[in-house]
Design a protein around this ligand. Structure first.
Ligand code: UT7
Length: 327
């Protein structure tokens, strides 16, 4: 049976570093509060005018093309998990195809907030497993600074900008994506969302004055659901694949809050040294966290390693993927 395997990883974070110290000069906060409540020390911000999500994605995809020595024309498809596309439409996938010269590819953006990369990876894998395509690029990324209110300390300390990408290719070996378990519950939609700018509340002077074009989050409520959702789904995917924490080489958790990550790892019995973490440097890049972890840890990964990827985010959306590393 054909399996879909990740065969390369690329990533990009902007150069500008927004530290907890700098945030303390913008809102009423401090390094001690942010570090102890979230684990975040700094995040990257895409400051250059005229630069958008697609520019970060292009950097990540070009790294993959270079590493694998393949041309953009060989790509069959691009899927982008994001909530901060260049435009409401057309899709950022479309823009990326044009910018890199992927003339034979098509694709789309997928909106699942922090679970965007998981949804995208599961979706992209289907096109490989059916035998339809040979090279699918799945990207997760966000320019969160474009929708964050830097006068609100509850949200501006958490988020950052960045994008990562993976190449999916077919394999007949016992590696690649083994299982996915994805969930959503729209009843949670008003706990973490951007109120205006959609068809429910189109942008107007009033919505801008009321700052409704920025992310609104009920942090405590999301925290409660995230701790339970991410731990439950990780435990469930282990159980149904007859695995325990001992069988797992790496837990790859969405980077929203170190306390949520610790709770998930503890629940599934995975010790801290087997948990990928870079929240202290990048904060929460929404769709970007998971591919950026794979990018940062790529040199430590070995063929056959068992990875559990888990995320929880706005929507609510959440899920887990079990995969065996392929190289
Ligand atoms: O990736 C998408 C999914 N998102 C998440 O998973 C985020 C989940 N939520 C969280 O991570 C946490 O709820 C936050 C990090 C957002 C907030 O941490 P918390 O421990 O839940 O804080 P809180 O909202 O309960 O606020 C505690 C106190 C409040 O003051 P009072 O009312 O006790 O006087 C807040 O006003 O901390 C205050 N506070 C701050 N103080 C300093 C809130 N934000 C800040 C801040 N600096 N940045």
């Amino acid at each position: 049976m054909i399996k879909a395997a990740i065969t390369a990883v690329g990533g990009y974070v902007p150069d500008y570093i927004l530290t907890n110290e700098e945030l303390s000069t913008m809102v009423d906060t401090n390094d001690e509060w942010i570090t102890s409540r979230t684990g975040i020390k700094e995040r990257r911000i895409l400051k250059e005018e005229g630069k958008a999500l697609s520019d970060m994605c292009v950097e990540a995809v070009n790294q993959i093309l270079k590493k694998k020595n393949i041309s953009a024309e060989e790509i069959d498809m691009i899927i982008v998990g994001t909530i901060t596309g260049d435009y409401a439409f057309p899709s950022t996938a479309n823009v990326i195809c044009d910018k890199i010269g992927a003339k034979n590819a098509w694709g789309y953006d997928l909106s699942a907030a922090c679970s965007g990369f998981l949804y995208g990876l599961s979706t992209g894998a289907q096109f490989i497993e059916t035998g339809k395509y040979k090279k699918v690029i799945v990207i997760g990324g966000d320019k969160m600074s474009s929708i964050i209110d830097y006068t609100r300390r509850e949200t501006c300390i958490i988020f950052g900008d960045g994008a990562g990408a993976v190449l999916l290719e077919p394999t007949m070996e016992d590696v690649g994506i083994k299982d996915f378990l994805l969930k959503s519950d729209g009843a949670g939609r008003n706990y973490l969302y951007t109120p205006a700018g959609g068809s429910l509340l189109p942008t107007s002077h009033e919505t801008v004055d009321a700052r409704q074009h920025f992310v609104h989050q009920d942090g405590q409520m999301v925290y409660k659901f995230a701790v339970k959702g991410m731990a439950d789904v990780s435990a469930e995917i282990l159980e149904r694949n007859k695995l325990t924490g001992d069988d797992i080489t790496w837990l790859v958790p969405h980077q929203a809050n170190k306390r949520i990550i610790d709770a998930t790892a503890q629940r599934v019995g995975i010790p801290e040294q087997k948990v990928m973490m870079n929240i202290e440097r990048y904060g929460n890049t929404t769709g970007g966290t998971i591919p950026l972890l794979l990018w940062d840890y790529e040199s430590k990964l070995k063929k056959g390693d068992n990875l559990i990827i888990s995320a929880f985010g706005g929507g609510f959306t959440w899920g887990s993927i079990y995969l065996k590393w392929a190289y």
